[in-house]
Design a protein around this ligand. Structure first.
Ligand SMILES: NC(=O)c1ccc[n+]([C@@H]2O[C@H](COP(=O)([O-])OP(=O)(O)OC[C@H]3O[C@@H](n4cnc5c(N)ncnc54)[C@H](O)[C@@H]3O)[C@@H](O)[C@H]2O)c1
Ligand SMILES: [Zn+2]
Length: 353
């Protein structure tokens, strides 16, 4: 695939031998930033890389993509004599991506970076779109830039070692992208839901389809001020669920619950329909299954959704809700008693049914 960006086009390669090719790559001027778990799991295939001159291993945690730990990353790159014509190379999931992309944007006022996404979430969604997001204090993803990579290499072989929950977390973002494309795309994904987990070729087909759908939006609105904003579907609710549970629910699972909740709120507000909620509910529920046991306390939830960074004004929420046909759109909704009651009835009842 070739993606257009403000810095020019960049390519996404689907290549199951990407690891082997990395082996024979020229390490000159390359600074690797690698998920420590991935480095351990793929030590043999990555031996050549791991013994190269500049390697930074990171644990993929939210704390490690917080502003206060960045001086250590900068010092490492300075010690490895980074220059303007050098490249950063990220091998890992969304956390590794965010750290590398932010460093690439700011180090020496900008260096190139390449990305080998190793989680489903990163392969199916975040690897294109230019965004870096890092945490500062208690604010998640509050700092960021739009810095496209120079190249992306996707090898679905990495997915075989993912924890099943991380696979479902990626599927949550995949579902989001397909809902945005319209009801037919969602139904097609829903009808292949079981095969997705069993057949790597089916998984690969839906990863490609997700990136194609996203491509159309990011090429029109790379800076997320217009049509791209529908990619926040499931996220206003999802982020509030993550915050209220202290991140006990992984991002893409929270987005899955968030999408279900958006469909429910749309139905109850009269924007969408009951039929549309039920059309999607069973598949969404299967993807968040097991996480129903985690309590989502209402007060922290409603406080968090009120603070969503996409909101404008104090009492209005910017929400992406589906209409009667299941097509999502962006609108402002009042954060009033009716909205709160609908949220309570979903969190305390509907999501379990
Ligand atoms: N910049 C963006 O556009 C964007 C978009 C969405 C999400 N994000 C961010 O991405 C993060 C979530 O990303 P993620 O779900 O990819 O998480 P992640 O990077 O935290 O990885 C999830 C887990 O999988 C492990 N892992 C990675 N690859 C593996 C592999 N091949 N085999 C086994 N284990 C592997 C990691 O060590 C970690 O434990 C969040 O911080 C989120 O804010 C960024
Ligand atoms: Zn997301």
């Amino acid at each position: 695939m070739e993606i257009q960006s403000h810095k020019g086009p960049y390519r996404v390669y689907f290549d199951d031998n990407a690891l082997e090719k990395l082996d024979s790559a020229n390490h000159q001027g390359l600074h690797y930033i690698i998920d420590r778990k991935v480095a351990a799991l793929y030590r043999e295939q990555m031996e050549h890389i791991l013994s190269s001159e500049s390697v930074l291993l990171i644990d993929a945690t939210e704390d490690n993509k917080a502003l206060d730990v960045f001086p250590a990353y900068v010092q490492h790159l300075v010690a490895k004599r980074i220059r303007k014509d050098h490249r950063l190379c990220a091998i890992g999931g969304g956390v590794t991506q965010d750290i590398t992309c932010f460093l690439a944007a700011t180090m020496l006022r900008g260096v190139e970076w390449v990305f080998y996404p190793t989680t489903l979430l990163a392969q199916t969604d975040s690897c294109i779109g230019s965004k870096s997001s890092i945490n500062a204090g208690s604010a998640k993803n509050i700092l960021g830039t739009f810095t496209p990579p120079e190249k992306v290499f996707i090898s679905t072989r990495f997915l075989s070692t993912l924890d099943p929950v991380d696979v479902r977390s990626g599927v949550g973002e995949m579902v989001k992208v397909h809902v945005i494309d319209g009801p037919a795309s969602f139904d097609s994904l829903a009808s292949s839901f079981d095969n997705l987990f069993e057949d790597p070729l089916v998984m690969m087909r839906f990863i490609m389809k997700s990136l194609e759908i996203k491509q159309a939006y990011i090429e029109k609105d790379e800076f997320d001020i217009g049509p791209r904003r529908v990619f926040n579907y499931g996220h206003s609710f999802g982020h509030a669920i993550e915050a209220a549970t202290h991140f006990a629910v992984p991002h893409g699972i929270a987005v899955t619950i968030g999408a279900d909740m958006a469909n429910y709120v749309a139905w109850k507000l009269g924007v969408g329909s009951e039929a549309n909620f039920h059309r999607m509910h069973l598949v969404l529920k299967r993807n968040y299954c097991g996480f129903e046991s985690i309590e989502i306390p209402f007060e922290p939830f409603i406080t968090a959704i009120g603070k969503d960074k996409k909101n404008v004004g104090m009492n209005h929420l910017t929400l992406i809700l589906p209409d009667h046909d299941g097509r999502v759109g962006i609108s402002q909704y009042e954060n009033n008693e009716q909205f709160r009651e609908i949220c309570v009835s979903y969190l305390d009842g509907q999501r379990f049914q």
